[in-house]
Design a protein around this ligand. Sequence first.
Ligand SMILES: [Zn+2]
Length: 251
Amino acid sequence: MVVTTPAIVLATLRYSETSKIVRLATRDHGVQSAIAKGALRPRSRFGASLQVFSSGQAHLLLSSRRDLHTLTAFDLTNLPVALASNVARFATATALAELMIRVGSTEPRSEAYDCLAGALEVLEPAGPEQLPGLAVHLLWRLVATLGFEPGLSQCLRDGQPLEDGPLAFSAADGGALCARCAPTAETTMLPTPDRAALRALVSPAGLPGLLDQRHAAAHRRLLARYIHYHVAEGGQLSALEFWVGRAWAGS
Ligand SMILES: [Zn+2]
């Protein structure tokens, strides 16, 4: 069966002398792997379209017997050159792609696809000042859209309403704890402004202002810890770690 679906290239792998295997986020068929036969030949019909974060229409010959399908054509609509030209933007995009691959459902998840596509679109022109807050926001949005939204409106253990002021955030519990439950868990205390910032970062609207360096670093760590518990289930996420560490920025 041949299907045509909007798709984004999440990763590519050389396969044999002439072919590539691509991991695709598709709008209609979830995350899929496909072989692009002859993609590495000089006059391949794929040209240079199969780069990481390329988007377009994928024509997929779906195999009923195996997980590896065949990409028969890829009509490129966008090759986000500006993403690859900046390491901070590229690291963010790679962490987003890694999340998609990790959750990796082959079920249609158009909402997650649209979230990723939208994220790459706003990342591409993002400036250095805007990027730290924007990156945290985009990753939280994808986490939430993939079904792992943190709970911030009541205590996750006993459903009690939360007091005003600082918020006890337990990555293991998946979000906020009330003052009674917090002492029995490993929590991060978020002062009132950071509590408000977290709410904004998780919400579709995003943060109204910029996130300064110190706060951005704290929010990156919080998000990474949360992802490790809920999305990665303890597994390695090397792109996420690279993004959190910001090795390129020095210290
Ligand atoms: Zn409680």
